[in-house]
Design a binder for this molecule. Structure first.
Ligand code: NAD
Ligand code: DAU
Length: 391
C-alpha cells in the first residue's frame, strides 16, 4: 500500500464538479505542499468557476493545474496518471433523472472511463517495482449509497449485496466492481467510498435541494415526486470531501467504506425546512408524477469509516443554513448553471409533470391535500400566495 502523504501529487478527475471541487479547494487550502491536477471534461455539470477560489490565491494556484479532457480518452489519461501519486475519481454523470432520460453518457464515463483510468494505473503499478516511478499509485473510486438499491429497513453494510435500480446506480456499481476486480486480479492499490446524498455550496441546481432553493427564490413551483416521503441521508459536502481524503490517506487497499450523512429525512421534511429558512410558503410545492423506479430509502452503517477515525462535522440544520445563505449570495453562479441546455432539460423533465399536477389541482382543489399536503408542518404551510404555473 502507498497511501499519499503531504506534498503528494494528486490527479483529481471530475474536480470541476460539485464534490470534486470542494475536495480540491479544501485540500489546497491546507497549504501542506500537495499538488493537484484536475482532469475534467466540463460537461454541463462541470464549471471552472467552482475552482476560482484556488486560482485567485497565488500560493494555491502554483500547486494547481487544470486539464480539460475525458477520462475515457487514454491519450489524455496516460501521461497524467504517470505524474500522479494517487488518482481520485469523482468524474461521472451524476443525476438519476438524466440517466432515466438517456443512460448512454453514464455508461461511457462510469464504465469505459473508469476502465481507461484503471488501465493507466495498472501500467504505472507495473513500472514501480522496476524503479520506473517512486511508488505504485493509489486509486480511489468515488461511489454511492445508491449501489445498494432501496433499503426498506436497517442500514447497508459494505459487504451487503449490490442491487442498483437506476441506470445511474448501475453504472456506478459497474465502475466500482471493475475497480475492485483490478485490485484482486492485478494487485492495484484501490479504495472505494460509497457516499450518501450530498448537499452544499456549488451544488448543481438540477438536484433536489438547490433546485428547490433556486425555484423558491424565484417564487416558482417546486416539483416534489410522488408522495414526497422518500428518505435520504443528507451529508454536507465538506464532510463528504473530508471523508474521501481520510480514506485516501488511511483506508486499507481493496476495502470499501460507507460515508453516511448526518440526517435521515423524508423529502417533505427537507423541503419544509428549506422553505422555512427562505421564508417562502408551502403552497409553492406541487406533488408531481413520481420518478420511475424511485428508491424509497437509502441508509448506511458508518462503523467501518468511524473505525478509521473519521467523524462528520456538520449537522443538517447548520449545513442547510450555510447552503441557502451561499445560494442567496451567489445568484450569478446559479443563474449561469441554469442557462444553456437548462431550459430544454427542465421542460423535458418537468413541463408535463407540472402541467398535470396543476390540472389535477384545477379539477379537484382537494386533490393535493389528498396526495399528502396535510402532513406538512403547520408553521410552513401558511397557505401563502399560489405558485406560478409553469409551462
Ligand atoms: P457533478 O455532476 O457535480 O460533477 C461531475 C464532474 O465530472 C463534472 O465536473 C463533469 O464535468 C465531470 N465529468 C463528467 N464526465 C466526465 C468525463 N468523461 N471525463 C472527465 N470529467 C467528467 O457530480 P458530483 O455530485 O460532484 O459527484 C461526484 C462523484 O460523487 C460522482 O462520481 C458521483 O457519482 C459521486 N457521488 C455523488 C453524490 C451526491 O450526492 N452528489 C453522493 C455520492 C456519490
Ligand atoms: O444517494 C447518493 C446520490 O444522491 C448520488 O449518488 C447522486 O449522484 C445524487 O444525485 C443523489 O441522488 P438522488 O436521486 O437521491 O438525488 P436528487 O437530488 O436527484 O433527489 C433527491 C430526492 O428528491 C429523491 O428522492 C428524488 C426527489 N426529487 C428530486 C428532484 C430533482 C424530487 O422530489 N423532485 C425533484 O425535482
Amino acid at each position: 500500500m502507498s497511501a499519499p502523504g503531504p506534498a503528494s501529487r494528486l490527479l483529481i478527475t471530475g474536480g470541476a464538479g460539485f464534490i470534486g471541487s470542494c475536495y480540491v479547494r479544501d485540500v489546497l487550502a491546507r497549504r501542506d505542499g500537495t499538488r493537484i491536477t484536475v482532469l475534467d471534461k466540463l460537461t454541463y455539470a462541470g464549471n471552472r468557476a467552482n475552482l476560482a477560489p484556488v486560482e485567485a490565491d497565488s500560493e494555491q494556484a502554483a500547486r494547481f493545474s487544470f486539464v480539460r479532457g475525458d477520462i475515457a480518452d487514454p491519450e489524455v489519461v496516460g501521461p497524467l496518471v504517470a505524474e500522479a501519486d494517487a488518482v481520485v475519481n469523482f468524474a461521472a454523470e451524476s443525476h438519476v433523472d438524466r440517466s432515466i432520460l438517456d443512460p448512454t453518457a453514464f455508461l461511457r464515463t462510469g464504465v469505459d472511463g473508469v476502465h481507461v483510468l484503471l488501465e493507466a494505473v495498472r501500467r504505472e503499478t507495473e513500472r514501480a517495482p522496476a524503479g520506473g516511478r517512486r511508488a505504485e499509485p493509489r486509486f480511489l473510486q468515488v461511489s454511492t449509497d445508491e449501489v445498494y438499491g432501496s433499503v426498506a429497513a436497517g442500514f447497508s453494510r459494505e459487504g451487503d449485496p449490490l442491487a442498483p435500480r437506476s441506470p445511474y446506480a448501475a453504472a456506478k456499481a459497474a465502475g466500482e466492481l471493475l475497480a475492485r476486480s483490478y485490485h484482486v486480479t492485478y494487485g492495484l492499490d484501490v479504495v472505494i467510498t460509497r457516499g450518501a446524498n450530498t448537499y452544499g455550496p456549488y451544488h448543481h441546481p438540477e438536484k433536489l435541494i438547490p433546485l428547490f432553493v433556486t425555484n423558491a427564490l424565484d417564487d416558482r413551483a417546486l416539483p416534489l415526486y410522488g408522495d414526497g416521503m422518500q428518505v435520504r441521508d443528507w451529508l454536507y459536502v465538506a464532510d463528504h470531501a473530508g471523508a474521501i481524503d481520510h480514506v485516501l490517506r488511511r483506508g486499507n487497499a481493496g476495502e470499501v467504506y460507507n460515508v453516511p450523512g448526518a440526517a435521515e429525512l423524508p423529502n417533505r421534511d427537507v423541503v419544509a425546512q428549506l422553505l422555512a429558512r427562505l421564508g417562502k410558503p408551502w403552497s409553492l410545492v406541487r406533488f408531481v408524477e413520481d420518478r420511475p423506479g424511485h428508491d424509497r430509502r437509502y441508509a448506511m452503517d458508518g462503523a467501518k469509516l468511524a473505525s478509521l477515525g473519521w467523524t462528520n462535522q456538520v449537522a443538517f440544520a447548520d449545513g442547510l443554513a450555510a447552503t441557502i445563505d451561499w445560494f442567496r449570495a451567489n445568484e450569478a453562479w446559479w443563474r449561469a448553471a441554469r442557462s444553456g441546455e437548462w431550459d430544454a432539460y427542465y421542460d423535458r423533465q418537468y413541463a408535463g409533470r407540472l402541467a398535470s399536477a396543476d390540472a389535477v389541482a384545477e379539477v379537484s382543489p382537494g386533490a393535493q391535500a389528498a396526495a399528502g399536503a396535510e402532513a406538512v408542518p403547520a408553521d410552513v404551510a401558511p397557505g401563502g400566495q399560489p405558485a406560478e404555473t409553469e409551462a
